[in-house]
Every structure is written in C-alpha cells, then in structure tokens.
Design a protein around this ligand. Sequence first.
Ligand SMILES: Cc1ncc(COP(=O)(O)O)c(C=O)c1O
Length: 378
Amino acid sequence: MIYLDNSATTKPDESVVRSYTKVATDFFANPSSIHIAGGEVEKLVSESRKQIASLLGIHEKEVFFTSGGTESNNMAIQGIAYAHQKRGNHIITSAIEHPSVLGTCQQLEREGFQVTYLPVNETGKISIDDLKNAMREETILVTLMHVNNEIGSIQPIEQVADVLKEWPAAHFHVDHVQGFGKVSLPYSHEGIDLMTISGHKIHGLKGTGLLLKRRGVTVKPLFYGGGQQDTLRPGTENPAGAVSLAKAMRLALEQQRNYPSVGSLNRTLRDRLKEIPNIQINSPDDAIANILNFSVLKFKPEVLIHALGEEGIMVSTKSACSSKQNEPSHVLLACGFDTNDTAAAIRVSMHMNQSKEDIDTFLTVLYEKIKNIEELMG
Ligand SMILES: Cc1ncc(COP(=O)(O)O)c(C=O)c1O
C-alpha cells in the first residue's frame, strides 16, 4: 500500500506500539492506587510527563494527557469560555478551523457567547490587522490552528501571540495537531496559554493526546471525578498511552530533520501535477511541505480516490472526519475557490519518511487513471 493520507492518521511506529503493549501488559495497576504496583505505574506516568515537558521546554505541571485533539480543543475552548465568562463573552477564531473547534464555537454561540470568525486570504492565512480590529475588551479567547489540515497553510502564531501580550484578558489557544513534528513553535512563549497535540497524527496511538496549559491559566474542567491530573482531566490515567505518546513525540521531533526531503517531494508533486491538464493546485506555495491539495477539474474526487485505491494508493478528499459528508470544503470556500473546483479537491499528505518511489508511482497511476476515465467519458 502507498499511504498518502497521513493528515487523517499515521501508521503507529512499531517501537511505540511495543512500548504501549509492554506497559499495558506488565504495568496494569491503577496509577492512583497506593500499593507498590500502583506506585510503579504512577512513576511511569509522571516520567512520561517530565519527558514531554523537557522535549518542549515547558514545566511538567503544564502537561495534561487527553484522548486526542478533539478532546483537547474542547477542553481549552469550553474551559476558558466557562471560566472567564464573567469577564467577557467574546471569542475569536478563523473560518478554516477543524470541526472540533468550529463545532465547539458554534455551540458556545447557541449559549450566548459571541464568536468572530476571521476570514482568510487566498493562501489560507488570517491577517494580523483583521485580528487587531476584531479584539475587544470582552475578548477572552483567541483560538487558531497552526497548520491547516486540508491545504497546509501555516498561521503566523508567534505574531498573534505577540499581539495578544497587549490584551491580558484574552487567552490564546493553538491547535498544533498538524504542526507538531513538522514546524516547531516556541512552546514556552508567554503569549501562548494553551496548546493541543494529538498522538495518532505523529505515529502514536489513537486515543492519545495532550492539552498544554500554561501555569496560572484558569480553565473550567469538562469532567468531574477523582483528583487526577490536577482535577482538570479526572479519570483513571492511561499509562500505556502516556508512555507511548512521550515516545512518539520524541521520535517525531527527531524525524523533523527529514522536512527538507519532504519539501523536495512536494516540489516534484507540484511540478508534475502542473503538467497534467485540468489540474489546479489549491495549497499555497508556502504551505507545510507534507500536505498538497489539488483539484482535478470536472472530476468527482470519489471516482479518482476509488480508482487509486484499487491500485493500493490511499489519498483523501478533505478532512477524514467530514470527508463522508457531501459538502464542499469550508476551507477552500473560505480561501475564495469556486464551489465546483472545491468539490473536486484531493489531498495528498505525506509522512516524514515518504519515499520518492511512492510519489513517482502515485503520479504515474494518477495520470493513467485520469486518462482512462476521460476515455470512458468520451
Ligand atoms: C487540525 C486538527 N485539529 C484537531 C483534530 C482532531 O484530532 P483527533 O483526531 O485527535 O481528535 C484534527 C484531526 O484531523 C486536526 O487535523
């Protein structure tokens, strides 16, 4: 199989799976139990937390284990909204966020919060001036993704964090799910209060993730229960998940050195796709290297995705969680693309060790399939 859908999920690294299995099998005691076996497991969880904190240059008390990106985004957005609603009820986000952010913001709007959805330009970027104009005294949260999961546009997170330093009531949450292990952020930046990371996007396991929360930032918990994780995320911890996530994160940061080689594959893809008639590249030139979105105009993407799948090549349309809904991509529409072109979009997303052979085979098969389908259509 040539797997080119790494923004939807990645193949777990074998050593990560081995760590998971070892901990799940040999260290199954409850980390909150006070007996010796519980203490050993507790140590594994706290060691994992320390390792993650040291990888990111932050304090271990700022690391909270969750079930993944969707949960962390909900914890951050709802958590800030409910904790600070006496101070203000205004939230700023962008029009191209992941559904776990947009859906949460829409629910908060139904509850009386006001949400500004910043527009993006044709390259999928917000403008700092738009952000400055949208800021109000009542703004309690700005939540933005670092890297867009459909087109790979990269937001100016550090610039936003610098702007927000002047607005002490406004918290800043970054959805770093697609950026981690590809484009670094200053994790200890004083202007960034909360950050989301997901394990299964970085060759870790599904059901693992993180919310990073700067010390001193108050967030209302979504769940109530035992006192685990400082009562912010109670419930019996997932020690195997924690150990495996720390390992996946370390490996992902090591693999980041391969970014230039993925950049070169991206250039090959762009150059060769441009030679095929009726192909429009939708990702901006300065997008993240591992994601390339393009439309084969007048083609239904499902037909091509199915035809490629028959040859063992996996690509996708938009984000996996909304790809079964037959609607044009909200991301491409927000960038100003025509509705028909938007409906024809295909996303190739590579991992950091993708080979040139994979990309060459993909291009050859894509070319053949387009030709065959065109001949059939007459
Ligand atoms: C940018 C972004 N944020 C959040 C998520 C949700 O992460 P998870 O699948 O871990 O819930 C995704 C998943 O596609 C994503 O791409």
